[in-house]
Write a protein that binds this ligand. Structure first.
Ligand SMILES: *Cc1c(COP(=O)(O)O)cnc(C)c1O
Length: 411
């Protein structure tokens, strides 16, 4: 088993180690929840302060031109494109994932009008499924959502499927769907593919163009560190941008927004996939967060995350296996994203106890403790120390306390 001295040696040899200095990391905290809310980049403070004091405070409405507010969603889209394997001009920052699911799903269904089935899997994030259910019901013409078990997706692709809608990295099992295989079979059967990159962007190497994916959506507050509620992004393959029309459009997607015409004419390219005015202050924090990624190689990030996930799992099983700790999902770390879920029957209380010890992860129903590994600011010694804390909480039943058993609204 790895020792703390060995973990320290790995940190000393880690080419990403100096990146942690670009973030605010609260003293004494081991933060393994960057898969849910990334930590704050130091540059975000400066950028937001400037946006509030100078751009909004002094320059007011002239800032739309003077400080590039209006173009910001497309410029940030290009910064994200590099990380997710897309081309410049094919990504725009806008709205939330849930809203963007509605946009791309409605566009895909309209593009494939003779088919009625939206194929997804039961492990998908519920909000994506809810949007699909709502849209199918609203269309009221026989469209249905068919959610099969995650391992059944490939088999379930047939000639009745209009759209395959899959989250590449499962938010609980961390399983990475084989998007190349899914897309190739879907295309062979005349179906379009929507890929949710919520747990991929900033975690795993980008694959959109390489896998020939039609549409993608993702958020920026998880691995990309854009801040709470920072706007999401949407990708449309260049071959489909001018050939598709989302059901949700607005003046920011108009070809001539300041002509104020009564009729909607979509702008060329990805621009049409924005709707209305965007949260400019939030976007300043996101833009600063994206600049942190400018010199980062996603292959290096993913390789480190895989090592950290494997190290954490092996140490946790060795140190805590007798308490019934078990890895949830596949053991093949090359087919996983960058978080690890451990099963334990008292997961909620154990997680609360860990948080009280400044080891922060989260709880996912029904019995999972989830730990995210974000290589830009998590070190190998953090991983080692996290397992020491977990072992202490379990060995000494620190979780067995009424204050850790009462459930909060956000878990
Ligand atoms: C986090 C997450 C979301 C969140 O959607 P919002 O609309 O941004 O709240 C959606 N889908 C997946 C797969 C997620 O992991």
């Amino acid at each position: 088993m790895i020792t703390r001295a060995e973990a320290l040696a790995m940190d000393n040899a880690d080419q990403l180690a100096q990146k942690a200095a670009e973030f605010i990391l609260p003293e004494g905290v081991i933060y393994l929840d960057g898969n849910s809310l990334g930590v704050m980049p130091k540059a975000a403070i400066v950028r937001v302060k400037h946006a509030v004091e100078v751009e909004w405070g002094q320059d007011l409405i002239t800032s739309w031109n003077k400080h590039g507010w209006f173009q910001a969603p497309l410029k940030m889209g290009d910064k994200i494109a590099r990380l997710i394997g897309a081309e410049p001009g094919s990504v725009v920052v806008a709205d939330s994932i849930s809203i963007n699911v509605f946009k791309v799903l409605s566009a895909a269904l309209a593009k494939n009008p003779t088919r009625k089935v939206i194929l997804s899997d039961t492990g998908n994030f519920p909000s994506d499924l809810y949007v699909a259910q709502g849209l199918a019901q609203f269309m009221n013409d026989g469209h249905v959502l068919r959610a099969v078990a995650p391992e059944q997706v490939l088999n379930a692709i047939g000639d009745d499927v209009a759209v395959v809608m899959i989250t590449e990295v499962d938010y609980r099992s961390a399983q990475r769907h084989d998007m190349k295989a899914i897309t190739s079979k879907a295309h062979a059967h005349g179906a379009l593919v929507i890929c949710d990159l919520a747990h991929s962007a900033g975690a795993v190497p980008g694959l959109l163009m390489d896998a020939d994916i039609d549409f993608a959506i993702g958020c920026t507050y998880k691995y990309l560190n854009g801040g709470p509620g920072s706007p999401a992004f949407v990708f449309v393959h260049p071959r489909l941008q001018n050939e598709t029309m989302p059901a949700l459009v607005g003046w920011w997607g108009h070809a001539k927004p300041f002509a104020f015409e009564g009729q909607f004419t979509g702008a060329a390219g990805i621009t049409k996939y924005q709707c209305g005015t965007q949260p400019i202050l939030s976007m300043q924090a996101l833009d600063a967060a994206l600049d942190v990624w400018a010199d980062v190689d996603m292959d290096v990030v993913y390789a480190k995350a895989q090592k950290q996930c494997a190290m954490f799992t092996e140490l946790a099983e060795a140190r805590c296996g007798r308490h019934g700790i078990k890895l949830f999902g596949s053991r093949d770390f090359s087919k996983r994203g960058s978080h690890v879920c451990l099963e334990h029957e008292q997961s909620y209380a154990v997680m609360q106890a860990l948080i009280s010890r400044k080891l922060i992860g989260d709880f996912r129903a029904p019995n999972l403790m989830r730990f995210g590994f974000t290589p830009l600011y998590v070190s190998y010694t953090d991983v080692y120390d996290a397992v020491e804390i977990l072992a202490d909480v379990l060995d000494n039943r620190i979780w067995d306390n009424p204050k850790f058993l009462a459930q909060n609204a956000v878990t």
